[in-house]
Design a binder for this molecule. Structure first.
Ligand code: AMP
Ligand code: ZN
Length: 485
């Protein structure tokens, strides 16, 4: 580790890039806000976990023993991030006349399938919110007297009771008006429920007894409790999407300060985590990202159209995590082509060399140094990808050593380059109207036509394949490829 550049990460709390200094020497403890499992995740949500995965892989690559926690929110997240609306889980269960527990299980499994498809490493702990309710009640009891007050609706956190409230969002206690629903009796607009009582006359599928009446925990409370319980305060890094910088994370921070009896946020460690990191959004102009828009952009939709999920991962890595990324099918197609080139290059190296060498060897030191500098510079994955291209393009080098160099880079980028084969990337689009056997037949006829110099027939056969969603790829060892729809 001695001659490696220091890992620099952008801390949203200070709005500065900072050299990473672990709380516990040699370790890295990371908490990422997980999904609310009332529906399938969209690919924007999955960008948040690709980012958290690259962060985790980078920490491992840099030699830190990583403990990563991602939670599953199966209770408490209201339809408005702040303090209004219904519980998303209760609302989904009512709309579909299903039990919340069934809904939670179904969408948690769907989320885990997307995690696996994107080659995101499983964290050390998937913490499920409903399994931590007793700890949430204990946490709330600890802070209730000095930091909370009761209203008919439940127990509210007084954001004026901690120093520097809203520093992460660069707001203060009186801002937020207009964004946050007013609840009669709140001391500040930004005060939020940490325990919501079940309204009289209503029954909820999920409710627990507490000193403040039967009810359910607030969403912000969950993350404070699970991160503190599994990682200990202060831990190293807390991640989430940029929307969480505005309400959810400032509220988690306020609770953490209250719980730890800590001072203001000029010392970031008082926030509960030393570094807060946020990925920017994936955007799509026509609104297909919204889960309420019917056919929204799920990973499965990409797969159904013939785009391998790792092409989406590559698309994410081509942008910096702090930049907005605009989704387009053309962009995804370009990422798929780039991924195929990389996988073809690895396949050719494997044909020549078999397995990768144990280490890359000195010829690759310069390129791997540039890779290290890029990834250490606040996870500059787009530059890291160009270094990967440079490595792939290097001539007159030992192929086994080249494979070893690719393996080093891919341990961080996670494109699965050493496990993917060309065939795995050839996903059949749902709408394709031809099967593999028929394609092979047409390609045989086409080969015969070309051998007989009947180029008109050869072109006609190619066009017929193309109309059925298949590209004839002259010169390619496999001869054909699905055309993503
Ligand atoms: P949710 O399930 O709504 O709690 O969101 C899960 C994660 O996805 C959170 O970290 C959000 O901040 C993040 N997120 C939501 N929408 C997007 C988007 N369009 N692009 C990137 N991240 C997002
Ligand atoms: Zn959270």
């Amino acid at each position: 580790m001695i001659d490696q550049p220091a890992l620099v990460l952008f801390n949203s709390l200070t709005r500065q890039p900072e050299a990473f200094v672990p709380v516990h020497p040699g370790e890295a403890r990371v908490y990422s806000c997980g999904p609310t499992v009332y529906n399938y995740p969209h690919i924007g949500n999955m960008r948040a976990y690709v980012f958290a995965d690259v962060l985790g892989r980078t920490l491992s690559y840099k030699g830190y023993a990583l403990t990563h926690v991602i939670n599953i929110t199966d209770v408490g997240h209201l339809t408005d991030d702040a303090d209004a609306g219904e519980d998303k889980m209760e609302a989904a269960a009512a709309a579909r006349a299903q039990s919340i527990w069934d809904i939670a299980r179904h969408y948690t499994e769907a989320y885990w399938a997307d995690i696996a498809a994107l080659n995101i490493r499983a964290p050390a702990h998937w913490s499920i919110a409903t399994e931590y309710v007793p700890q949430m009640i204990e946490f709330a009891k600890t802070i209730a007297e000095r930091h909370c007050y009761e209203l008919p609706g439940g127990l509210y956190f007084d954001v004026g009771s901690v120093a520097d409230y809203g520093r992460l969002a660069r707001t203060n206690t009186d801002e937020g008006e207009g964004r946050i629903d007013q609840v009669a009796g709140k001391r500040h607009a930004a005060d939020f429920a940490i325990w919501r009582k079940t309204p009289v006359g209503e029954t909820r599928q999920m409710e627990w007894d507490s000193p403040w009446g039967k009810g359910a925990p607030g969403w912000h409370l969950e993350c404070s409790v699970m991160s503190g319980a599994l990682l200990g305060f202060p831990f190293d890094i807390h991640t989430g999407g940029i929307d969480h910088r505005e309400i959810h994370h400032p509220n988690e921070i306020a609770q953490n300060q209250a719980f730890c009896c800590a001072g203001g946020l000029t010392d970031p460690a008082n926030s509960g985590a030393r570094v807060w990191m946020h990925n920017n959004f994936l955007v799509e102009r026509s609104g297909k990202m919204s889960k309420s828009s019917g056919e929204f952009l799920r990973l499965q939709l990409l797969i159904d159209r013939g785009y391998h999920p790792l092409a989406y991962r590559l698309m994410c890595l081509q942008a910096h995590y702090r930049s907005e990324l605009e989704f387009s099918w053309e962009g995804l197609g370009a990422a798929l082509t780039r991924l195929k080139r990389l996988v073809m290059a690895v396949a050719q190296l494997r044909e020549r060399a078999g397995e990768p060498a144990a280490t890359p060897g000195p010829r690759f030191a310069e390129a791997l140094g540039r890779f290290d500098a890029a990834i250490s510079d606040d996870l500059n994955t787009s530059v890291a990808l160009t270094v990967l291209d440079d490595i792939v393009a290097m001539k007159k080098v030992d192929p086994a050593e080249k494979l070893a160099a690719i393996r080093v880079v891919d341990s961080v980028l996670g494109l699965g380059l050493l496990m993917l084969d060309r065939l795995a990337l050839r996903l059949r689009p749902k709408a394709a109207t031809i099967d593999e056997a028929a394609i092979a037949e047409v390609l045989d006829q086409r080969r015969a036509a070309r051998a007989g110099k009947d180029f008109a027939l050869s072109d006609m056969l190619r066009d017929a394949l193309s109309a059925a969603g298949v590209d004839a790829m002259d010169g390619d060892p496999l001869g054909w490829d699905w055309r993503p729809q």
